[in-house]
Design a protein around this ligand. Structure first.
Ligand SMILES: NC(=O)c1ccc[n+]([C@@H]2O[C@H](COP(=O)([O-])OP(=O)(O)OC[C@H]3O[C@@H](n4cnc5c(N)ncnc54)[C@H](O)[C@@H]3O)[C@@H](O)[C@H]2O)c1
Length: 292
């Protein structure tokens, strides 16, 4: 592998699972060199063994990264530049369900943990990714993964929904500053997508029951839109947020009332998603503690 890769170079956080992994796969198909950064080293090793075929030789790197730690994010960006010579595309995708339960019960550390991963992680990604792009002077594209939960109330737990709203307006705000450097910054807002987080991580209800479009959302549905936002085809787009949700937002669904949304009521805890770390139910509420 030459020091400076002739194609595009991408960094995808949360790249070892779900939407991130599908994005890594799509970018490899497009001929990019990709750095997948994720907290879950076991899934990272699986990613390398399953996606590093002969045609992708030397184009995929896994870096164990905690997006909430500045040194980790800086190191992942440095790894991309040192290995492939540049950074053209950055996808801030790492995420998890975070704190859940009634606001009167949520533990402050679980609230902070949620914001550290979902908001601080995106800010740190943009900070260090933009530095590398500005230093090279050829622009770039950044995509932050929000959620339909960040567009209105009732689409997810309170902490998660608030953090995703922050990601969406951070995207708009920082796009103003980075436009002068020809760095575009956009957000995608997934609806219900079949990933380990949505299906197994206790993230919340099966929102697809409320979705107008008949097919279930798959990680690849997001990866294709993210790839478009990182491509020249979207060269006049910046500061946008695009819902990729099978019409959920158009329907204005009452998401909290979706069948199976038991997490909104009756339990308090923190969902650590696909990180390999244990999610926790701290307490089950008594009947009179549950606010209807
Ligand atoms: N699946 C959905 O229905 C859905 C809906 C809306 C938004 N999203 C968002 O999409 C993004 C991807 O989620 P997914 O559904 O693919 O979930 P996933 O659990 O399959 O993948 C998320 C990845 O992020 C990694 N991660 C979590 N915390 C991290 C940290 N601190 N540092 C580095 N990596 C970390 C996990 O280890 C995991 O590999 C998240 O931001 C999520 O909030 C998903």
């Amino acid at each position: 592998m030459p020091h400076s890769y002739s194609g595009k170079v991408a960094l995808v956080t949360g790249g070892a699972s779900g939407i991130g992994r599908a994005t890594v796969e799509r970018m490899l198909e497009d001929g990019d060199a990709v750095v997948a950064a994720d907290l879950n080293a076991e899934n990272g090793e699986r990613l390398l063994s399953e996606l590093s075929g002969p045609s992708r030789e030397g184009r995929l790197i896994f870096v164990r990264t905690n997006v909430a730690e500045e040194a980790d994010i800086a190191a992942a960006v440095t790894r991309a530049v040192d290995t492939f010579g540049r950074l053209d595309k950055l996808v801030n995708n790492a995420g998890l369900g975070g704190a859940f339960g009634p606001i009167t019960e949520i533990d402050v550390d679980d609230w902070d943990y949620t914001f550290h991963v979902l908001v601080r992680g995106v800010y740190l990604g943009v900070k260090h990714g933009a530095r590398a792009m500005i230093a090279r002077g050829e622009g770039g594209a950044i995509v932050n993964v929000g959620s339909v939960a960040g567009l209105y109330g009732g689409g997810g737990p309170v902490a998660y929904s608030s953090a995703k709203a922050a990601v969406i307006n951070f995207t708009r705000s920082v796009s103003l500053e980075l436009a002068a450097h020809r760095i575009r910054v956009d957000a995608v807002c997934p609806g219900f997508i079949r990933t380990p987080l949505a299906l197994g991580g206790g993230a919340g209800p099966d929102l697809s029951a409320l979705q107008p479009w008949p097919d279930r959302g798959e990680p690849r549905d997001l990866a294709d839109v993210i790839a478009f936002l990182c491509s020249d085809g979207s060269r006049f787009m910046t500061g946008t947020d695009i819902a990729v949700d099978g019409g959920l937002t158009a329907a204005g669904a009452q998401l909290a009332s979706a069948p199976g949304n038991t997490l909104a009521k009756g339990v308090v805890g923190v969902n650590r998603g696909s990180t390999g770390e244990r999610s926790l139910i701290r307490r089950k509420l008594g009947r009179d503690e549950i606010r209807k």
